[in-house]
Design a protein around this ligand. Sequence first.
Ligand SMILES: NC(=O)c1ccc[n+]([C@@H]2O[C@H](COP(=O)([O-])OP(=O)(O)OC[C@H]3O[C@@H](n4cnc5c(N)ncnc54)[C@H](O)[C@@H]3O)[C@@H](O)[C@H]2O)c1
Length: 390
Amino acid sequence: MTTINQSFKPRTGGPASPSRPFNVAMIGLGFGSEFIPIYQEHPLGNVAAICRRNESELHKVGDEFGIEKRYTTYEQVLEDPSIDFVHINSPIPDHAWMSVKALEAGKHVMCTVPMATTLDDCRKVVEKVADTGLKYMMAETVVYSREFLFIKDMYERGELGDIQHLAASHPQDMDGWPDYWQKMIPMHYATHVVSPCLGLVNGLAEYVSCFGSGRVREDIAKKSGNPFAVQSCHIKIKDTELTAHIWRFLYDVARQYRESFDVYGTKKSFEWTLIENEPHVIHTAKKPEHEIAQKIEVPDFAHLLPEPIRKFTLPQEIHDTEHLSFIQGGGHGGSHPHLVNEFLTALAEDRDPWPNAVTSANWTCVGICAHESAMQGGKIVHLPDFTLGR
Ligand SMILES: NC(=O)c1ccc[n+]([C@@H]2O[C@H](COP(=O)([O-])OP(=O)(O)OC[C@H]3O[C@@H](n4cnc5c(N)ncnc54)[C@H](O)[C@@H]3O)[C@@H](O)[C@H]2O)c1
């Protein structure tokens, strides 16, 4: 199993073919249903079953996509020997136990973010993956967005020079979202900001220091156990001289949704737009001051995908544009088909997907350690060894 220094290698269309497509069971059909048509059209994928507790909603999705096997309990899915892997899109408190149970039942796991919300649950998933030799991937959308692929491409071609600093923010007002968000701590859902910072330089977090700022309203503070409106964290990246800065809020701060990623290099830097749908900016060193900043159009990276699923990088292919994750998430930078392709090709090539279980745990545990740090006034908290591949 790859542990540390796991690197990102974009696929270029022609993966090894197994004798038959891999059978996925889609668990949770809110955000999860976005992935169904992509699996259906991928040459290596087959949506063999769907699962959600609400029977009438289950049938609606089954009828829409022509899927015959429909389960209302997760246990039924795990007992089905035809299922190769589950793609979990259930609410956050269900991610860890569902992942562990699937691995115990001999199924590979693709799971939406975050891996879990406690260090202990992350450790259980990592250990179960090591014990079983099965594949686990956290479906982190940001590191397969066109912006990330664009920045990564520039970095690998040497255009940015040496990286000097990374920063990411994810402000999002969750009023109006399902109630379980009120129990969440901002840094417990931080992988969208942690992952680009660590993923770009192929690093793992070693330790963090996080400060809380402001106050969230009393009922949210009570339900979540987090008193702060904003959590702001520095991450020391292991075996490098780099520090990244991330910040988050979920309630009670006036700001448009944003999942931003800024990278500062010696030659060029990338800064995310302040307002959604406006152009991002590239800064180039040693130019006359008024020429340093240039607005840019980020290209799409659909050419990295097998032809039948290239169209899914485009927002108009998202069938449920009413879902809040689309309205606020804007289609997640065309990442969904890249995620599907990465997991299916990893299975076909019998290699670890990116991010694998250890890397996913490191990205997730940054947020868990950050909250611990914030509750102790910014104290330095080290990432546990199991997230470092030790
Ligand atoms: N950018 C991203 O990575 C991104 C974006 C949106 C949502 N998400 C994640 O996707 C997940 C789902 O989000 P959502 O907005 O669709 O939530 P949702 O509450 O709308 O949907 C959850 C789904 O899970 C099903 N479910 C719940 N418990 C289940 C069980 N025990 N067995 C089977 N099915 C069960 C529900 O029936 C429902 O279909 C969340 O964990 C969220 O964090 C990630």
